[in-house]
Design a protein around this ligand. Structure first.
Ligand SMILES: Cc1cc2nc3c(=O)[nH]c(=O)nc-3n(C[C@H](O)[C@H](O)[C@H](O)COP(=O)(O)O)c2cc1C
Ligand code: SF4
Ligand code: SF4
Length: 263
């Protein structure tokens, strides 16, 4: 990599992508790089420092990603050959999400030095047992070590795609448009069990897009800005947030860690 400083901009719902970003950062650090993992939602894309190598990491959502991540990527300035790598985390399969977004960045003038999807525990509907999740994370960590080494050596896979993936990317882009995610939110619909809610306001504090309001000490879940990231429902300490579709939840970080990340 040309620059010895690497800034990784990350969006994570329940912590998987943060774990992967941290692991890439640590592996690069062990090889003499200065690395920063930054919360994408706290940065204006137009103001990122293009003199550093950039990493972009995010969750796979309906084989694509969240509207807020797409807005970030689409609003990045022209690349002028800045080195960039893209990674995602997925629960099952991604239809080449990292590569597809890598291609967008390549067209913006970035030098895409790597694009990779990492299999991590599923945080949506098909949630598996703890042991299986630990196994998945350990396996992903081994793949991340290889990816970090490839980035350093300049031989990570970049973004060659084909018509099949391009076609599906167009469809998944359509599905994950801001207004359609809002429709999914309406269908999934979060309800509050007031008997269980301890009015701790954690959900309000950690929502990455400030979609939750507090009224008379209780949270109100609007659909307007919701990305369906699962953070509020997964981290609620008393499981007071319900949806008829979501019977199990998954978290990769502790409450303190997700709070720290959100602030
Ligand atoms: C609304 C939603 C849709 C998802 N769609 C997919 C998908 O299409 N393919 C997949 O492999 N995983 C999918 N997942 C699972 C996540 O991509 C996966 O668990 C990811 O590692 C979560 O990362 P995070 O904790 O950083 O948000 C979806 C998760 C959510 C919340
Ligand atoms: S995190 Fe749970 S318990 Fe706390 S305010 Fe939100 S819904 Fe209520
Ligand atoms: S309301 Fe919940 S699911 Fe929606 S964006 Fe906020 S934290 Fe994520």
């Amino acid at each position: 990599m040309k620059s010895k400083t690497v800034d990784i901009y990350c969006f994570t719902g329940t912590g998987n992508t943060y774990l992967v970003a941290k692991k890439i950062a640590n592996d690069l650090q062990d090889n003499g790089y200065l690395t920063n993992v930054k919360n994408m939602t706290k940065f204006e894309p137009q103001k990122i420092d293009l003199s550093h190598t950039i990493g972009i990491g995010f969750t796979v959502v309906f084989w694509n990603t969240f509207p807020v991540v797409k807005d970030f990527i689409n609003s990045l300035p022209q690349g002028n050959n800045t080195e960039i790598f893209v990674f995602t985390t997925m629960g099952d399969f991604s239809l080449n999400a990292a590569t597809n977004f890598g291609c967008i960045l390549k067209n913006k003038g970035y030098d895409v030095i790597g694009a990779k999807d990492f299999l991590m525990p599923n945080n949506f509907i098909a949630i598996q047992k703890k042991e299986k999740n630990i196994f998945k994370i350990e396996k992903a960590y081994k793949k991340i070590e290889i990816f970090a080494k490839q980035l350093i050596d300049g031989n990570a896979k970049s973004c060659k795609t084909n018509l099949f993936f391009k076609f599906f990317f167009t469809i998944t882009n359509f599905i994950t448009n801001r207004w359609r995610i809002k429709i999914f939110q309406k269908i999934i619909k979060f309800d509050l069990n007031k008997d269980k809610c301890i009015k701790c306001k954690l959900c309000f504090e950690i929502c990455p897009v400030k979609n939750i309001q507090i009224k008379n000490d209780y949270p109100i879940f609007k659909e307007m800005k919701c990305q369906l990231c699962m953070r509020c429902i997964s981290y609620c300490p008393t499981h007071a947030i319900k949806s008829f579709l979501l019977h199990k939840t998954y978290t990769a970080l502790s409450i303190d860690e997700i709070k720290k990340w959100s602030n």
